[in-house]
Design a protein around this ligand. Structure first.
Ligand code: IPE
Ligand code: IPE
Ligand code: MG
Length: 250
């Protein structure tokens, strides 16, 4: 059987894929279950996407797991998500190591409950020498939070004389973001049919290709990821130039 994997040109893989994992609650509701059941079933999709990306040779996979705005959900759901997260951290350590994946986390991590923060740091430490791929979890993260933070840090450096105003350019701003050591994602995927950014990687997604699918996150498997990559490879990324200018260069 032909699969989308066969359609992927391995030489033109995106180096960095970002995913807004959405639709867990609706997936659960469809089966008459509570929302947390959907989150629990989303873990398998995280494993599938991580393995698929690592196997193909994608260097960075960044997952939106919990937004700044998600703190406004019910205490019951927030608590359940936090517990699920630390449970997953310890249970998935073996998968991460088996696949040579380094775990990373960005966001306002100080807001996480201590037991959760500790579990996260432990897994990050235990995978720090892995080389094949960096898996970044965005937790208590939002793009505006991140940019505001960068602005504060740059302002401090200007006041202390470490940076001159003339030195503030796009590269400088990028260095003060949580993603400073990563390339920008070439491809953004969002599941569940919603077509918005919900405050995700606002700066970094400036020129990314967007891919939306109606599938809910727990149903998103390896084949869906291959399909998204194959679709991405059919796009023409012009970066402001014209199609003719791009083909002249070939
Ligand atoms: C995404 O699924 C997971 C998180 C935001 C934590 P949702 O929980 O948003 O599920 P829906 O969108 O309500 O279906
Ligand atoms: C975005 O999903 C955040 C995550 C996937 C973690 P939401 O479900 O919270 O987004 P909105 O509220 O529908 O925009
Ligand atoms: Mg949602």
């Amino acid at each position: 059987m032909e699969t989308y994997k066969d359609k992927i040109d391995i030489k033109r893989l995106p180096e960095h894929i970002a995913i807004i994992m959405d639709g867990n609650g609706r997936w659960a509701k469809e089966q008459g279950k509570i929302r947390i059941f959907g989150h629990q079933n989303g873990v398998g999709a995280v494993r599938a996407a991580s393995e698929a990306c690592a196997e193909l040779g994608v260097k960075y996979l960044t997952l939106y797991a919990f937004s700044t705005e998600n703190w406004n959900r019910s205490q019951i759901e927030v608590d359940a998500l936090m517990r699920l997260l630390s449970k997953t951290m310890s249970e998935e350590l073996k998968t991460l190591n088996d696949n040579d994946i380094r775990l990373n986390a960005i966001g306002d991590l100080q807001r996480l409950p201590k037991y959760n923060y500790d579990a996260l740091m432990k897994t990050i430490e235990a995978t720090k020498n892995n080389k094949r791929m960096t898996l970044t979890l965005c937790l208590s993260y939002s793009g505006r939070w991140e940019i505001t933070n960068a602005v504060k840090q740059i302002a401090e450096k200007v006041m202390s004389g470490e940076i001159a105003i003339e030195q503030i350019d796009e590269d400088c701003v990028s260095k003060f973001l949580n993603t400073n050591n990563m390339p920008d994602p070439e491809l953004l995927i969002r599941t569940s049919g919603e077509e918005r950014l919900s405050n995700f990687l606002l700066w970094q997604l400036a020129y990314s290709e967007f891919y939306f699918t109606d599938k809910f996150w727990p149903d998103f498997g390896k084949e869906d990821l291959y399909q998204a990559i194959a679709d991405y490879q059919n796009r023409e990324r012009r970066f402001g130039k014209t199609s003719e200018q791009l083909s002249d260069k070939k």
